[in-house]
Write a new protein. Structure first.
Length: 98
């Protein structure tokens, strides 16, 4: 049985803002920082934002944004807040149940 590439389907689902929020929240809860940055890249791609446009919106260089979004990226909280704000999202803290 031939396999279907998952990414086009994922990007379509991620174009829904609620799905994108749930996706990032779940990755952040269950996965590594590297996985979160990959997931964030997927959301940015689904929103059809290019690095040049996003970097200009954030006021950082393209190279700086590529570094932030790389698998080994280690963005500061302020940078992550700025990045999320530029794609219409924000960090939210909630009580842990369990």
């Amino acid at each position: 049985m031939p396999t279907r590439p998952y990414k086009p389907s994922l990007l379509k689902r991620l174009s829904n803002p609620e799905y994108a929020v749930d996706y990032l929240t779940n990755v952040l809860k269950k996965e590594s920082q590297e996985a979160f940055l990959i997931a964030l890249n997927n959301v940015i791609e689904a929103k059809e934002l290019s690095v040049p446009v996003l970097s200009k919106k954030m006021g950082v260089t393209k190279q700086g944004l590529y570094k932030i979004l790389s698998e080994g990226g280690n963005p500061r909280l302020s940078t992550l807040n700025q990045l999320l704000a530029s794609i219409g999202m924000r960090i939210r803290i909630e009580e842990s149940r369990g």
